[in-house]
Ligand binder design. Structure first.
Ligand SMILES: [Zn+2]
Length: 538
């Protein structure tokens, strides 16, 4: 089996992504998480370039114990006209204390003369001297050939001269970089192929950016042409359009191309690692992201669903479990009988022999979706709908009524107060609470009323609240749809309310949220598949 080393640069190139700012603590946490993937290298940053990266490498020495990956410090070749042995950039690299370093050097003649403002010969010497010096210090050295593809297209002789100098000086891998990200897969195959032929035994790596939307495709093309190291970032983070997305490169190499790059059991951690990194970076994953997105294996059409239940491989390009994701059936008005039966089964309700109940659920679903409900975004409310149709009735509390008062003052102060009357635990309870808005006030009043009967509500939190006005042509007479996401720290669920009155819609979603939370807390099983993939709805 062909082997390829995965080199992660999420912490260096990936952190260039607009809007992303990682603390040293974040970087340490991300490194530990990515290490779970069983990849070969994790680039930590550029020591000497900023205080944050200095602190990272200094703390990494004692705080970062990586299981499989080796930490790499990144830097550049020595400066023009300087001595490698006394160059500050190289000294900072060595001081970082890693066993492996990666240095970037220019291979596009135009950049040597225009950006560095030095001679082409000095450009070659900078690569050679720097690699040789770092090798003499006993380090493993990777040479990032910056702008290689653009340089090669314009002056292949010079681009080759630079990387040959790096290789001759002992570079353990010469990494061909598509720094501007505009190269296409057929060019990559051709160029990497000829470099591979010319350099013979020298290990070649590939570093792509996604400016043509081909970052992943280019990485795969490079491997086909002989590259043995692929650099990239989890979730395709990176400057402009991002770096080659390792969350896609890794499963494609492993599952489609038969290339070994991480242990199979680590591949099963891919979805979790991707989502965890997204969480720390505060950059949610696109639901449609290949392999790891929440919709990557979600099926909506009724026709598909019955077939998927019988033969999942007929509608999925890989087994989702291989990358730690899962098949998800999405409930909507397009759902058929089998979707409902399968979803009910996940909740522990057997509807196989109850066609009348299934038919009733389908009719209710279609009618409710017609007036604005949207159950594919509200698994929690769907579960309650199924339970009710199957004869279940919640006995936690019964609402008698509620009142919400909002007071807006001339000085801009807004106060909201809710009073709620419920029957619970054999009593009639009236409770009042203030909040920063009607939903918050109602939530507090309900908890005030039944919180002592159900102490488990303490762990239940609303994590998101979305309001959407449907059919805006009717203006204020339009229907409001409210979606609430909730969690108890272990499980997450979403609930929905629809009404012409926003507070009433909010109450419906809130009430469902609390009931789902109470149902969840009384279940012995981990969770009744409110989110069948085991992840949070994102
Ligand atoms: Zn880059």
């Amino acid at each position: 089996m062909k082997q390829v080393e995965i080199y992660d640069t999420t912490l260096r190139d990936g952190s260039q992504r607009e809007g992303l700012s990682l603390t040293v603590e974040d970087k340490l946490r991300i490194a530990r998480k990515i290490d779970e993937l069983g990849i070969a290298y994790i680039e930590g940053g550029w020591p000497g370039a900023n205080p944050k990266d200095d602190e990272f490498f200094s703390r990494a020495k004692t705080e970062l114990k990586l299981e499989s990956a080796e930490l790499v410090a990144f830097g550049s070749t020595r400066r023009a006209g300087a001595e490698a042995a006394t160059d500050e950039v190289l000294a900072a690299l060595i001081a970082a204390g890693t066993q492996t370093v990666c240095i970037v050097g220019k291979t596009w003649d135009y950049h040597v003369t225009e950006a560095l403002q030095t001679t082409l010969d000095e450009g070659v010497a900078m690569a050679r001297d720097s690699v040789a010096y770092l090798k003499s210090r006993g380090l493993r050295v990777f040479f990032d050939a910056e702008h290689f593809f653009d340089g090669y297209k314009r002056n292949s002789d010079y681009a080759m001269e630079v990387i040959r100098a790096a290789a001759d000086a002992g570079a353990d891998c010469v990494v061909l970089c598509d720094t501007n990200g505009g190269t296409l897969p057929h060019e990559v195959e051709e160029i990497v192929g000829s470099v591979h032929n010319e350099l013979g035994d020298v290990s070649i790596g590939a570093h792509f950016h996604n400016d043509s939307g081909c970052g992943v495709a280019n990485a795969l093309a490079a491997v086909r042409s002989g590259a043995v190291q692929v650099q990239g970032c989890i979730n395709g983070l990176g400057e402009r359009c991002g770096n080659a997305n390792l969350s896609q490169v890794i499963p494609n190499l492993m599952l489609k191309m038969g290339v070994d790059c991480v242990p199979l059991e680590s591949l099963e951690r891919l979805t979790e690692v991707s989502h965890h990194v997204a969480e720390i970076a505060n950059l949610p994953i696109d639901p449609q992201a290949a392999f790891v997105g929440s919709s990557a294996f979600a099926h909506k059409a009724g026709l598909h669903v019955s077939a998927i239940a019988r033969r999942p491989d007929a509608y999925e390009h890989i087994k989702p479990e291989l990358v730690g994701n899962g098949t998800r059936l999405v409930v909507s008005e397009l759902a058929g009988r089998s979707t409902v039966i399968i979803k009910a089964h996940e909740m522990g309700i057997d509807l196989e022999a109850r066609p009348d109940v299934v038919a009733e659920i389908l009719t209710t679903l279609k009618n409710l979706e017609h007036v604005g409900y949207h159950f594919e975004a509200a698994d929690g409310s769907f579960e309650l709908l199924v339970r009710n149709a199957a004869g279940w009735e919640q006995s936690y509390f019964r609402l008698e009524g509620f009142r919400v008062i909002m007071e807006s003052n001339a000085d801009g102060r807004v106060a909201t107060e809710a009073t709620i009357k419920v029957h619970a635990g054999g009593e009639r309870i009236i409770a009042t609470a203030e909040g920063n808005g009607p939903v918050n006030a109602l939530d507090r009043a309900l908890r005030e009323a039944i919180g002592s009967i159900y102490p488990e509500l303490e762990n239940l939190h609303l994590t998101d609240f979305k309001v959407r006005v449907l059919d805006t042509s009717k203006g204020t007479g339009a229907v409001t749809r409210v979606l609430i996401d909730s969690t108890d720290g272990t499980h997450s669920w979403s609930t929905i309310g629809v009404s012409e009155n926003m507070i009433e819609a909010s109450w419906q979603a809130l009430q469902d949220s609390i009931i789902c939370g109470l149902v969840n807390s009384t279940r012995n099983q981990p969770q009744l598949a409110l989110t069948p993939d085991g992840g949070s709805p994102d």
